[in-house]
Structure formats: C-alpha cells, structure tokens
Design a protein around this ligand. Structure first.
Ligand SMILES: C=C(O[C@H]1C=CC=C(C(=O)O)[C@@H]1O)C(=O)O
Length: 370
C-alpha cells in the first residue's frame, strides 16, 4: 500500500539513509529507491543503472542512487483546494534590487555581444515547518503533469520538486527531448498571448538542441511549437525525437546539458557569466535527475506469416531524465526555492523579476494547502 511505502521512506529518513521517491508525469505509480549505506556513488559513463542526480555545473560529478530496495505503489491524487497566493508574499526590496541589477548586467553583456541569451536565477528563502514527506504528497496532489520527487542524501541534502521539463527520454534507441522556454502567467479560460521575446528565447533553445544533436543522432524530427501549462504558468514547448546509436547515451546527455533553457547561448560564455555573477551556488537546481538504464521485459507478438502467432519477450531499456526546475532545498525549517528566467536583449528587468516571483509560487503553493 502507498501508506506502507511512505512509512518505509520516513523510517529511512529517520535513519539518515539515502533515498529518492518519485512519480513520473501523468502516472499513478510512485517509486522509491532506498540505499542501505550512506556512501556517495557517482555516475562514471552513463552505462550504469539507477537514479541520477546531477548538478548544474557539468564539471561536478552526478550522484547515482542504486536500488538496494525498490518499491512501487499506486497513488491516486486527491483534489486539494489551492489558494491564489496573489501578491501576499512579501517582497524583500534589497533582494529584488540585487536581482534586477543582475538582469541589467546580463542585458549589458548581451548588447556588448558576449552572448545572446543568459538564464539568471536566485534563491527565495522562507520558513517551512511541514515535513518533507507531507510536502512530497502535496506535490503529487497539486502537479499531476509534472515529475514530482523527494531526494535525500545525508551528505548532500534534501531536495524536492515538480518539474515540467524532460531533458532526455529513451526507450532502446528511440529518444525524445524538448525545448521548453518562455513564460506567461496562467489565467483561467484565457490562452497565453506570446510576444517576440518569448518566441525568440524558445527558438534559440530549439535551434541549439537540433544543432548539437544533428551529427550524433538519426531521424531527427522537430515537432510543432505548442503552449503547455505547468501549474500557474504557461510555457512554449517543442518536442524533438529521433534515434540514437547504442552506447551513445553519455555523449547525448553531455550535448544536452545544460541547454539554453537553463544556461544560455553561447553556452560557455553564458555559463561563465552565471558562475561569476549570480552570487550563489545553484548546486542541483537546473541540473537533471531521473531513471538511468532501467531494464524491463516487454511482451511482443510476432505476426510473421511463416510463424505461428507467438508471444516472445524482449528487454526494454529506458532512461527518463528531467531538468531540475521548480524545486527547493530544505535545510531544517528553512526552505530555499530556486527560480530563474531567460534574459535576452528584449528583456525588461522588472518583468523578469515578476516572472521569478510567479515561478516561486509553484513551490510556495504547497506550503499554503491543507
Ligand atoms: C529556469 C527556469 O525555467 C526555464 C524553463 C522554462 C521557462 C523558462 C523561461 O521562460 O525563462 C526557463 O528557461 C526556472 O523555472 O527556474
């Protein structure tokens, strides 16, 4: 039962042992991976199987949790009354000024030709007395279309999130990725009205992804651009699909992380600007996380003329990685929520600030529900 799964996770947390509990978008199955010791294991070459937790800075290693104990239970989300948070959250004026300054500096560097786009972010700190497990359950109830998770390692920390962005999904050789960028607030019964700034910042991501993949994948297909809802926000999204060569996963992940949806363009100069100017360490925010090389059996029926109809089994290998957005880190009773947004030459600093406020509500919302 789901309750048993949560109880096992609580016991693991009390014993200060590593675990991750998560649910994929639109699924009911909640999975938990529990590690028996508190060692930190790292991904070496992406041929391993387990759950990856990778930082923004790809020079730093990706943590791998492997399944000493695997659990999976169905959970049917409950409808919760959510409250419109409005502008009830107090604005810290000095933090606002710091972020606006950072955005202005980013725009200046763009105008000087150093880069075309940079994603700039900040931390929102707030008190939180709700237990991580309760917060996780609220994420499951509130964000059914998101990848919801609670991840813990005693030597690293406690992270929670509900992300709308797939970094890479593979089933054997078939893959899907997406370009997700551009943000508008969700208003009931209204379609989002996109401007050139959003179209441009999202197109940069689509072009970048198709460029970096072009020579290493086959059958690359770029889908139609669409508007998708993520909680109280709208985004622009384009799906890209194709085929990758066997054994090529590590190089595809390396090519995709970080995309200009979380870093910028050109990647290196935008990343240098972020590391040198954001004034805090993103750690795992805008990194990626999820299942790596999970093997399962797949039943197939052969309809070949010369054979009888017979079922046979084949092994399916899947990887499902998400970008770590709309997330927070818990440190005792302190919650640190991470939010950012894409800055281009057309950005208006005040609007960019408001966008980060709107994004912070994805996490703040779960503190506000019963
Ligand atoms: C960097 C974040 O969002 C990215 C994903 C979607 C839309 C974005 C934007 O409109 O700027 C960002 O690229 C974040 O949520 O912290």
């Amino acid at each position: 039962m789901f309750f048993e799964l949560l109880k096992t996770v609580v016991d693991q947390y009390t014993k200060e042992l590593p675990f991750v509990v998560y649910r994929k978008p639109k699924e009911t199955s909640v999975k938990a991976i529990l590690q028996e010791d508190s060692d930190i294991r790292y991904v070496k070459d992406f041929t391993e199987s387990g759950f990856v937790f990778a930082p923004f800075d790809s020079q730093e290693p990706s943590v791998l949790m492997q399944s000493d104990t695997n659990m999976s239970e169905d959970y049917f989300p409950q409808f919760k009354t959510t409250f419109e948070l409005g502008n009830s959250v107090q604005v810290n004026q000095s933090r606002k000024a710091l972020h606006i300054n950072l955005i202005e500096k980013g725009i200046t560097h763009i105008k000087q030709g150093e880069f075309k786009k940079v994603v700039l972010s900040r931390k929102v700190e707030t008190e939180c007395v709700t237990s991580p497990i309760d917060l996780f359950q609220k994420l499951l109830d509130t964000y059914r279309n998101a990848f919801c998770y609670l991840w813990y390692h005693p030597k690293i920390g406690t992270w929670l999130g509900a992300t709308p962005e797939i970094l890479l999904k593979t089933e054997n050789q078939e893959f899907t990725t997406m370009s997700l960028a551009g943000t508008k607030k969700y208003v009931a019964d209204k379609s989002p009205e996109w401007g050139n700034k959003e179209f441009e910042e999202q197109q940069l991501v689509t072009d970048y992804i198709s460029n970096v993949l072009q020579n290493s994948v086959s059958n690359l297909n770029i889908g139609e651009r669409e508007s998708i809802r993520a909680g109280n926000l709208w985004h622009l999204r384009t799906k890209l699909t194709g085929r990758i060569e066997k054994g090529n996963l590590a190089s595809i992940v390396k090519a995709l992380h970080p995309t200009p949806a979380v870093c910028g363009l050109p990647m290196e100069s935008a990343k240098d600007f972020i590391l040198g100017n954001e004034n805090y360490n993103r750690e795992y925010y805008t990194g990626f996380l999820g299942e790596l090389n999970i093997k399962s059996e797949k039943d197939r029926t052969s309809n070949s003329r010369n054979q009888e109809n017979k079922a046979y089994r084949s092994i399916k290998n899947t990887t499902t990685l998400f970008v770590n957005l709309r997330c927070m880190q818990l440190k005792g009773t302190n919650a640190q929520i991470y939010v950012g947004g894409g800055v281009t030459q057309d950005s208006e600093p005040e609007k960019e600030w408001r966008e980060t406020v709107a994004k912070s509500k994805t996490m703040l919302q779960v503190f506000a529900i019963d």
